[in-house]
Design a protein around this ligand. Structure first.
Ligand code: PGA
Length: 255
């Protein structure tokens, strides 16, 4: 039996208007072919979340962040909590994306808190990991990933949320591949995914492992056939409904 594949879009800080967010999600919903076998998700911005969720019947909708300060409510001006997000009907949240680590100084301590708040509030976590260009050049990829994965040991005993996703999904996203048009070779992706699966299993965890970084409609078919690739996290190409649908079709048909 083929394993479940996951195709998740990360809209980042896009689009600029609610009207465009609605148009994009409406177009996506109407372009999806009826016989897709993969699980689809979109991580929308907070402001557009409700509209996007209302448009997308066949796609899970999540967010790109939650506060680490509390899982609930409190005096944290400007923050959004896991509880509020779950109440809006979210299924998942991205945690540890390299843009959050880089531009918002998110440390392991912060990420642990975010994951704990998400799981306690019935949200699945798409946990993003990846090495920088420098680390890749110095052949430190596996050391970096190993350290980034260590924080998940805390969560090996947690019960899965009651939704269509596992409690944790890993997204392996080399930082140098994000938005650049560059990708590792398929062999490199296969061996990194194998490393991640082994590392998770030593920690008593099993999670789907997605690839992310310049995934698009042209490379989706080959990515979908790489051993150990359980899906894909798509940035730029998820902003075009037709591209996202083609990626979804490639993963539905995956070897
Ligand atoms: P990209 O982004 O597909 O535009 O490279 C992926 C991501 O940041 O999740």
């Amino acid at each position: 039996m083929k394993s479940t594949k996951y195709v998740i879009g990360n809209w980042k800080l896009n689009p600029a208007t609610l009207a465009d967010a609605k148009a994009l999600s409406d177009e996506l919903q109407s372009s999806l072919s009826a016989n897709l076998s993969c699980v689809l998700g979109i991580a929308s911005g907070f402001l557009h979340f409700n509209t996007v969720r209302a448009s997308l019947n066949d796609v899970l909708v999540g967010a790109q962040d939650i506060t680490h300060k509390t899982g609930d409510t409190g005096a944290f001006t400007g923050d959004v909590s896991a509880k509020q997000l779950a109440d809006m009907g979210a299924d998942f949240v991205l945690v540890g994306h390299s843009e959050r680590r880089q531009y918002h100084g998110e440390t392991s301590d912060i990420l642990i808190k975010k994951i704990a708040h998400a799981l306690q509030n019935n949200l699945s976590v798409v946990f993003c990991i990846g090495e920088t260009k420098d680390e890749y050049s110095r052949q430190q990829t596996l050391d970096v990933l190993s350290r980034q994965l260590d924080i998940l040991a805390t969560f090996s005993g947690e019960e899965p949320p009651q939704n269509a996703l596992p409690k944790i999904l890993i997204a392996y996203e080399p930082v140098w591949a994000i938005g650049t048009g560059l990708t590792p070779t398929l062999d490199e992706i296969a061996s990194v995914h194998e490393f991640i699966a082994n590392k998770l299993s030593k920690m008593g965890l099993k999670a789907p492992i997605l690839y992310g970084g310049s995934a698009n409609e042209n490379n989706a078919k080959e990515l979908a056939c790489v051993s150990g690739v359980d899906g894909v996290l798509v940035g730029g190409a998820s902003l075009k409904a037709t591209s996202f649908c083609k990626i979804a079709e490639a993963f539905s048909a995956a070897c």
